[in-house]
Design a protein. Structure first.
Length: 558
């Protein structure tokens, strides 16, 4: 037995495991192969989504690299869900649960098959945290490959992407755009393979993964269709061999300091609110405490620097042209915002990885200097108050202002709010309160891109706020507050808000307040009853029964 096949040897080297060896021979391996390390190559490939449709081919390249490094590559697949396609439908309830299903399925096959190490290839939003959670639980040498960002679309001289289509619907509803014009944007927004192109959840979690040290440099910013993405997959084999030889495992890499690095990059880039859920959940898989208050601590010290969509001008491909994620990390390290001593899957530290990269390109406009930020502190703000006693997550870039007070307009689901917008019933000064969209009430904590995108397109993004116990897509912008806990289904205060109540959201004071007396809230609580659960069997019922609150990352294995 060599040092690098310490797990697979349980099947290949133990004399009594005759059935194991017989089955392996049937796959085409030889007697000599029995002594080789076995690397599980987990792919989230499926044909129905541009984020994932090319991952089967990338897994073949990764296997080629593993074989070239003198090991056996064993490919297997797990599920994926397209958030953008299920947005605004009941299918969105399956999005967040898919993260934990991905983690569970990868853990299951890796442990059952005794693979020595793992390469995971991820595309859409929940793929990456699901893969990382499995790596954390197993703690066997592992690395992740991001499938890459999509290139932007073009129409009528305008650079467009998936967020554009939700906004043009709002323009159509308000009579600002014809249906033919709307359909033309829809037709050209997504030109091919790759994850949604702005600093949305997929690109947020890919850059966070690179900052955590769990991918090779440039993985997060290299476009899906760039030849360098195939090259990365092949090079992953040699990197995996190094990890196995040195027995470097995810828990040595994804340390508490690495989490601060990941959040620093997220804040600098203006990343998705979903990152809060995923990092809190991932920390629990790693066995240490990481809370929403730790998110606030990083937000307080890290400026918002990137002019990226959804609130800015550029997309991930532009960041790649500007020097890529390593160049950004090099800059943040020079500004003493990153811990360069953290280990990575290259076997080197963050500082060593970025020491010789070319840096941000001269004249680039994507990343602002620290001396001239878009916002002096981070855009993700943790709020509390009588509306969110256990916390909520606000996405405040500064363009919307930092305080909003208005009258409540309550809806039990996103679809009802969108219908009200279509009827022109949403007015400036409204605070849309979307209830019963939490982990249990949604169920699955659906994202709210349909309504937030339509609000922006309707010209109400600066005059209407939205607060919910559901989530937001990374493509969301505007004055939005999500992840309200306790959620409405559990009787949280958000369930007690009524039309006409005054709500104040203050990102400086970090508060979310409904201006109703304690005695009135008590009266409303006494009259409140929980609505029936929306799922009575299957995956969603299991999720309702096991999921923890958003403030605890919506984990299901507590």
């Amino acid at each position: 037995m060599s040092d690098i096949n310490r797990h697979s040897s349980r099947l290949t080297q133990v004399r009594s495991q005759v059935g194991s060896r017989a089955m392996l021979f049937a796959t085409g391996i030889t007697e000599a192969d029995l002594a080789k390390a076995q690397v599980g190559i987990a792919s989230t490939w499926f044909e129905g989504n541009p984020c994932n449709m090319h991952l089967l081919a990338l897994s073949e390249s990764a296997k080629q690299g593993v074989v070239q490094a003198g090991m056996l590559g064993m490919r297997f697949n797990t599920i994926g869900v397209s958030d953008a396609m299920s947005m605004g439908t009941e299918g969105m309830s399956y999005s967040l649960p898919s993260r934990d299903l991905i983690a569970d399925s990868i853990e299951t096959i890796m442990a059952a098959q005794w693979y020595d190490g793992m390469i995971a290839i991820a595309g859409c939003d929940k793929n990456m945290p699901g893969c990382l959670m499995a790596m954390a639980r197993l703690d066997r040498p592992a690395l992740m490959i991001f499938g890459g960002t999509i290139r932007p679309g073009h129409h009528d001289g305008e650079v467009i992407d998936i967020a554009s289509v939700f906004q043009v619907y709002g323009e159509f509803v308000q009579g600002k755009r014809t249906e033919d014009s709307m359909n033309a944007v829809v037709r050209h927004a997504c030109p091919g393979a790759g994850a949604c192109g702005g600093m949305y959840t997929a690109n947020t979690m890919s850059t966070a993964s690179e900052a955590l040290g769990m991918t090779l440099p440039y993985s997060s910013s290299t476009p899906a269709t760039d030849p360098l993405k195939v090259d990365e997959c092949i090079r992953a084999g040699a990197a995996m061999r190094t990890l196995l030889e040195r027995q470097i495992t995810p828990r040595q890499i994804m340390t508490r300091a690495a989490f601060d690095n990941a959040l620093t990059v997220i804040m600098a880039l203006g990343g998705s609110t979903n990152s809060v859920l995923h990092l809190v959940a991932l920390a629990r898989s790693l066995g240490f405490a990481f809370t929403i208050d730790d998110v606030q601590a990083v937000s307080d010290r890290v400026p918002f620097l990137a002019d990226l969509k959804p609130s800015g001008k550029y997309v991930m491909e532009d960041l790649h042209k500007a020097g890529g994620t390593p160049a950004l990390m090099q800059y943040l390290l020079a500004e003493d915002l990153l811990d360069g001593s953290c280990l990575t899957v290259t076997g080197k530290t963050i500082a060593e990885n970025v020491a010789d990269v070319p840096g941000l390109t001269a004249g680039q406009q994507v990343i602002r200097p620290r001396s001239n930020p878009l916002k002096a502190t981070g855009h993700l703000q943790i709020l509390r108050g009588n509306l969110a006693p256990d916390g909520a997550v606000a996405k405040i870039t500064g363009k919307e202002g930092e305080r909003f007070s208005g009258r409540a307009r309550c809806f039990h689901q996103e679809e009802a709010a969108l219908a009200a917008l279509e009827r022109h019933e949403i007015k400036a000064g409204d605070v849309l309160v979307i209830q019963y969209e939490g982990p249990q009430g949604g169920p699955g904590m659906p994202e709210m891109l349909s309504i937030t995108g339509a609000l922006m397109g309707a010209g109400l993004g600066g005059s209407v706020a939205l607060i919910t116990d559901g989530r937001f897509s990374g493509a969301t912008h505007g004055f939005v507050v999500g992840h309200v806990t306790p959620e409405a289904q559990l009787g949280g205060p958000i369930a007690l808000v009524q039309d006409g109540d005054t709500i104040t959201i203050d990102a400086v004071a970090h508060t979310a307040i409904v201006h109703v007396s304690d005695s009135e809230l008590a009266t409303r609580r006494a009259a409140w009853t929980a609505p029936p659960l929306k799922a009575t069997q299957g995956v969603l019922l299991k999720y309702i029964r096991t999921v923890r609150p958003a403030s605890e990352g919506c984990i299901t294995d507590a």
